[in-house]
Design a protein around this ligand. Structure first.
Ligand SMILES: Cc1cc2nc3c(=O)[nH]c(=O)nc-3n(C[C@H](O)[C@H](O)[C@H](O)COP(=O)(O)OP(=O)(O)OC[C@H]3O[C@@H](n4cnc5c(N)ncnc54)[C@H](O)[C@@H]3O)c2cc1C
Length: 405
């Protein structure tokens, strides 16, 4: 059935699901297209997991927060640490944001659990027509509508009509490529090694989230709720390192022991390598086709901003589409979506994630010392700590975007 007011959302990752739920709860029908099915939707490699305060407020708005909170870890404090002597450089406590948000902490809850819970809500919502095992292949658009081309689970081609098409397909967005929008930026030559281990690092003084500085091998260390309880450690690799050699169990044990010498093998749960891109789409909209989440911007995970800022896109866009489809606003509000969210992607997410990486990997001893002194002074001064946390938790980016007309 062709519904003129229906919004076609491609991709049921965290961004597509949040958008679909926010629109449906505002009374707007959605067709949500996802190539994966129930059997493999939750099998994707480990990715996002730190949910910042501003994101928690949004998830609460659609009733998702209460579902994911029991599956995650509430973490008010995060650390910057020096690797070589495991020294604490600075501890930041989100309690400084108690007057800025109802959620003065991050929730460590992995993307897969968010998708799992949001998918159950989407399945139960009468206004969401969920098409699993359905692959989007392209689209056309006219003055008052779009038609998405998909291949259904039986392998048959189908056309799905709607008022707008939102690409939440992730970084390889077909929509972005089809309309010829450049994905501007660069890809780091080195890949990051992700190792998940069942081991309680808190006994060595670590917080649930740690950014660990070192001129040769910086790391990130994050805690996730089990079972089994696990910690994710990130290590840099050299561009020409052999992928297979890097992920051999013996090589992983050596690297982990170099990180923390326990004298006993770590219980390794999983490992993988990933490539890091810093890119932003030149435009977030081409007529009735709109980009959100990783289709519009990708960045290093240091700082946990990719999924968070993608979810912020989803809520911003849901409000704009609701204004158009329910309150008769002009389509030019979508240009404001682009101005606001592209500004955040370039000026906040890209700038901050690149700065975070430089901070952890800084080679020059004097600059390292200056950076660490500055972090320490910031953490020790409540007013500066609040400013810092407003930025790291993306609240500052949302406030700034609100001022963009
Ligand atoms: C190691 C790592 C750690 C990270 N940690 C964090 C973190 O702590 N915090 C954070 O904020 N971000 C983090 N990120 C980034 C985060 O994972 C992404 O920004 C986020 O998953 C993007 O969500 P999305 O919904 O836009 O896209 P995706 O999660 O990529 O979902 C896209 C969906 O679209 C579907 N799809 C794609 N093509 C088609 C098609 N043609 N037809 C139908 N369906 C299609 C896919 O199957 C998928 O379900 C991390 C990334 C990595 C690699």
């Amino acid at each position: 059935m062709q519904r003129q007011d229906r919004v076609v959302v491609v991709g049921a990752g965290p961004v597509g699901l949040c958008l679909a739920l926010a629109l449906a709860q505002a009374g707007i029908p959605v067709c949500l297209i996802e190539q994966l099915g129930d059997h493999n939707l939750l099998e994707q490699v480990p990715r996002a997991g730190t949910n910042h305060p501003a994101t928690l407020e949004m998830l609460d708005r659609i009733g998702l927060y209460e579902k994911i909170e029991p599956r995650g870890i509430i973490a008010p404090v995060f650390h910057y640490r020096e690797r070589h002597d495991n020294r604490l450089i600075a501890a930041f406590d989100h309690i400084h944001l108690k007057d800025d948000t109802a959620f003065p902490y991050v929730l460590q809850c992995e993307r897969i659990k968010i998708v799992d819970e949001a998918m159950a809500m989407a399945k139960a919502h009468p206004l969401i027509d969920l098409r699993l095992l359905t692959t989007f292949t392209g689209f056309t658009q006219g003055i008052d509508g779009v038609t998405a081309r998909v291949v259904d689970p039986a392998g048959e081609a189908e056309a799905i009509g709607g008022s707008f098409l939102v690409s939440c397909e992730g970084a390889r967005s077909i929509v972005r490529k089809d309309v010829g929008i450049a994905f501007e930026g660069f890809t780091y030559a080195d890949r990051t090694l992700n190792v998940e281990v069942a081991y309680d690092f808190r006994q060595h003084g670590y917080a649930e989230r740690n950014y660990i500085s070192d001129p040769t091998e910086w790391s990130n260390l994050f805690h996730w709720k089990g079972p089994p309880d696990r910690w994710r450690v990130h290590f840099p690799t050299a561009p020409d390192d052999d992928a297979e050699a890097l992920t051999q169990p013996a090589a992983l044990q050596v690297r982990l022991q170099r990180f923390l010498a326990t004298g006993r093998d770590f219980d390794i749960v999983a490992s993988n390598l990933y490539t890091v891109h810093q890119r932003v789409a030149q435009k977030f909209r081409a007529g009735r086709a709109i980009l959100a989440g990783d289709s519009a911007h990708v960045n290093s995970p240091i700082g946990a901003m990719g999924m968070n800022s993608g979810i912020h896109d989803a809520f911003n866009l849901a409000d704009k589409l609701t204004a158009i489809l329910r309150r008769g606003a002009g389509e030019d509000v979508l240009d404001r979506y682009e101005r606001q969210r592209r500004h955040v992607a370039v000026q906040h997410t890209q700038a901050q994630t690149m700065r975070n990486k430089r901070l952890l990997a800084e080679q020059d001893p004097l600059t390292r010392q200056r950076n660490h002194d500055d972090l320490r002074r910031t953490a020790d001064d409540p007013a500066r700590a609040r400013e810092f946390l407003l930025r790291s938790s993306l609240i500052a980016s949302l406030r700034e975007a609100e001022r963009i007309e």
